[in-house]
Ligand binder design. Sequence first.
Ligand SMILES: Nc1ncnc2c1ncn2[C@@H]1O[C@H](COP(=O)(O)OP(=O)(O)OP(=O)(O)O)[C@@H](O)[C@H]1O
Ligand SMILES: [Mg+2]
Length: 106
Amino acid sequence: MLRRLRVENFMSCQDTTVDLKPLTVSVGANASGKSTIFKALVFLSRLQNGVPLRGGSKGEFQLEPGVTLDQLVRNGNTSLPIRFQLWFDEDPFCQNRVRHRLFENR
Ligand SMILES: Nc1ncnc2c1ncn2[C@@H]1O[C@H](COP(=O)(O)OP(=O)(O)OP(=O)(O)O)[C@@H](O)[C@H]1O
Ligand SMILES: [Mg+2]
């Protein structure tokens, strides 16, 4: 199970860490970043399923219609590294932290 997620420079998140339980309730003011965390999870699940970010046969990657990769980086600053760190438990293949780093070598 995913226990902790750290999100950096993704949409409205500069550096946000959320701890997750079997049931986690997300509460906060409008535009505080609740949906951004869920979009990070959607994004990661797309990567996990092998969706290409660049050069795919279906054209430019879009997280949702009209939302391109460059729009996912915080404030549209594509020199910033989008970074995710994930901590899992109860999965022998995922005991260690998994990192995805994007944009860093562009
Ligand atoms: N690439 C980006 N860089 C910076 N901010 C962004 C980016 N993409 C979206 N945002 C901002 O993120 C904020 C929205 O955050 P989010 O949708 O996660 O909030 P929310 O807590 O779900 O709000 P609500 O309660 O209204 O659903 C908006 O202010 C939006 O302009
Ligand atoms: Mg929302």
